[in-house]
Design a binder for this molecule. Structure first.
Ligand SMILES: Cc1cc2nc3c(=O)[nH]c(=O)nc-3n(C[C@H](O)[C@H](O)[C@H](O)COP(=O)(O)OP(=O)(O)OC[C@H]3O[C@@H](n4cnc5c(N)ncnc54)[C@H](O)[C@@H]3O)c2cc1C
Length: 636
């Protein structure tokens, strides 16, 4: 047996073997152990997950990782209308198909293995450690099949047997089976030439003929794996009204790129070009055109944006694991090189600054993994509980109420953590890839070791699936919105953190409380400033309208300018704070994990002090200039 990306990773094994609360997740995944083909206990199921992860770890280490250079040099290319995979990539996907991995998390009724999504995320991490672009193409197989299933369950077009809770049929069954068997894959077609972060500006349109058949027309760009058959496309079904929120007129569709009709192939989606990118070379990034392409409406008309949101967290958690794979690769590559390379009479890992860099890299990898597992568990529980409540109408009332409470808890955690994870993992992946390159000195700048490839591959992570700035804005709006809704609760948390920061017995708990306090104090400053700006604008209006204006007419663009300016600093603070909390809970359960928290705190606490300082002392000069310029522009 050669190398193994599961067995060689002690931190990853900690989660699978001890650090995850598998019980409730397996119970829901196995539908209360009702399936006679399924597992009979969580322990039995986890043993099987572990075996498969070991198998994947072996395949990835021996059949994908050694090809990193060829995957980087030999891209998918266009040959006439076809997109062709180079032989190495084709061979890798044949292997993944042979292992049955595309159906890993699909139910047994659809020929899947019925494993939790969390195991798919671990595969994603290991594959990304070998090559991120292989990982992205891989994720547009099972990821799209699972999305189609969830959409169908939500719109009510999947039926379950009321006795066994087995699935009887589901709307997109053919597409799901094609993907599970590795015969095809899908894509998420959102971005357009004039609309990326700003989805309200999307123009691709969908129209219905008199028989009710939908047709999609428009161009999408940057579509990962857009050369597959199953396109989940967001398109405009209601005209864009100037000044109105453009998101309300969007609907979601499934478009098949081709259909065979009476022995003749009809093509409904054309790949116009493949983007030439700085990295991610084994992943085809396509510009795709639709010209009156027959489409199936998913869910309700006008609900496209909400449908996207339903699975957005999952996709972002996926990028979290992808970044983690890059970080793991960068750290290991740098560590191995630094142990070998000698300068000034000793290995460079014995020089203080390099030793510190390596220590920080390892700490970041462990911190991001802790957050990624936490996010993935809560996101998966959210979906699984929701599905359980839908598929078991006969559930005893007490159990239903318990699950409903757990659903709202998991939903809240997932909503809070996901943007923090997407932000932290992608930004740290770039930082670690850069540090890894630096540790390699001159050879890091050449293609010999792959250190520069990691940096090129990492740089897209803060861009796709919502840029880092968009994650920061989401986290800021949720955080400040929460404080405005429940100020007393916020003040209580602030006071508690302050008290714990001096009174907690455990020095690590005191450190965590200090980070929490700095984060909360920065939030308080942002809310106070926001309220002050709002009060200033309200004061100009007649007194009778003050109460209403303060309660209702909040304009996020105008009233949150100061908070928006500092949103990226805030998300860094929130991420530091969240990692502290997750690692503290871990250390309380498994004392040997305290050492990870200790290393994290050593960096997180001074960083939090710095971020607090910048948030509370800067911003006015730039905002003055920005608003002054806007004023001047408006006057012209
Ligand atoms: C390799 C690759 C693969 C991709 N795969 C897919 C895919 O499979 N499907 C798909 O639909 N799309 C995909 N994309 C597109 C990607 O999601 C978009 O590029 C991304 O959402 C950013 O949109 P944009 O490029 O239009 O940038 P813009 O939205 O124009 O943003 C430009 C810059 O402005 C910043 N910005 C924008 N608005 C604000 C604001 N309000 N406040 C502060 N800053 C702001 C952004 O953060 C960014 O830094 C992919 C892109 C790449 C490069």
């Amino acid at each position: 047996m050669g190398e193994n990306f599961y067995l060689d990773n002690e931190d990853l094994r900690y989660y699978v073997e001890r650090g995850i609360a598998w019980g409730p997740l397996v119970e829901l995944t196995e539908r209360w152990y009702s399936d006679t083909d399924g597992f009979t206990s969580a322990a039995e199921a986890v043993e099987s997950y572990r075996e498969v992860l070991e198998l994947v770890g072996e395949y990835v280490a021996n059949e994908i990782a050694p090809h990193w250079s060829s995957l980087d040099r030999e891209h998918p290319y266009k040959d006439g209308e076809q997109v062709v995979h180079p032989p190495v990539l084709e061979g890798i996907f044949q292997g993944l198909r042979g292992l049955g991995l595309h159906g890993q998390c699909l139910p047994r009724e659809l020929d899947g293995m019925n494993f939790p999504l969390l195991t798919y995320m671990f595969n994603a991490e290991m594959i990304a450690r070998a090559d991120v672009s292989v990982m992205t193409h891989y994720s547009f197989h099972g990821g799209i099949a699972m999305a189609l299933l969830v959409y169908s369950i939500h719109e009510g077009s999947t039926a379950f047997d009321p006795k066994t809770w087995k699935m009887k049929h589901t709307r997109f069954e053919q597409a799901i089976r094609d993907i599970v068997h590795g015969e095809d894959w899908g894509s998420m077609d959102i971005t357009e030439p004039d609309a990326g972060s700003d989805m309200g500006a999307l123009r691709t349109k969908a129209e219905q003929d008199e028989d009710g058949q939908w047709f999609v027309t428009g161009q999408k760009i940057f579509i990962t794996s857009g050369h597959g058959r199953y396109h989940v496309v967001i398109a405009r079904t209601e005209p864009h009204v100037e000044g109105a929120d453009g998101l309300a007129g969007l609907s979601l569709f499934l478009v098949s790129a081709w259909e065979d009709v009476d022995g003749e192939r009809r093509v409904y989606a054309t790949v116009d070009r493949l983007e030439e990118k700085m990295g991610h070379h084994a992943s085809a990034t396509c510009a795709v055109s639709f010209e009156r392409s027959p489409a199936q409406l998913i869910g309700e008309r006008g609900q496209g944006f909400r449908q996207m949101l339903l699975l957005m967290n999952n996709a972002r958690v996926g990028v979290g694991f992808e970044g983690l794979g890059v970080m793991e690769a960068a750290w290991r590559l740098a560590r191995a090189y630094a142990a070998e390379r000698r300068a000034f009479g000793k290995a460079i890992d014995q020089h203080e600054m390099i030793a510190e860099l390596l220590d920080g890299m390892q700490t970041d990898v462990q911190a991001v993994r802790a957050m990624a597992v936490h996010a993935a568990w809560h996101e998966e529980m959210t979906h699984k509980i929701d599905i359980a409540l839908r598929c078991r109408p006969d559930m005893p009332e007490l159990e239903r109420r318990r699950l409903e409470r757990e659903l709202s808890r998991c939903k809240a955690v997932s909503r809070r953590i996901t943007p923090l994870l997407k932000y932290l993992s992608s930004e740290r992946a770039v930082a670690l890839a850069r540090q890894g390159m630096q540790i390699h000195g001159g050879v890091g700048y050449t293609q010999e070791y792959g250190a520069e490839k990691l940096l090129r591959d990492a740089l897209v992570l803060p861009v796709y699936e919502g840029t880092s700035q968009i994650q920061a804005l989401m986290a800021m709006k949720d955080t400040l919105g929460g404080i405005i809704k429940a100020p007393q609760e916020f003040l209580r948390r602030l006071a508690e953190a302050k008290v714990r920061s001096v009174s907690a017995r455990d020095p690590l708990a005191r450190g965590v409380a200090r980070v929490q306090y700095l984060s909360l104090a920065a939030q308080q400053h942002l809310v106070t400033r926001t309220a002050r700006e709002k009060w200033r604008s309200v004061r100009e209006q007649p007194m009778g309208s003050w109460a209403g204006a303060l309660r209702q007419s909040w304009d996020p663009k105008r009233d949150f300018a100061f908070a928006m300016l500092h949103a990226e600093r805030l998300i860094q603070l929130l991420a530091d704070e969240a990692v502290c909390e997750i690692l503290l809970a871990q250390a309380e359960q498994h004392p040997e994990r305290a050492e990870v928290l200790e290393r994290w705190l050593e960096r997180a606490e001074p960083r939090a002090r710095h971020l607090y300082d910048v948030i509370t002392t800067t911003g006015d000069r730039l905002l003055g200039r920005l608003h002054g310029e806007h004023g001047a522009a408006a006057a012209e």
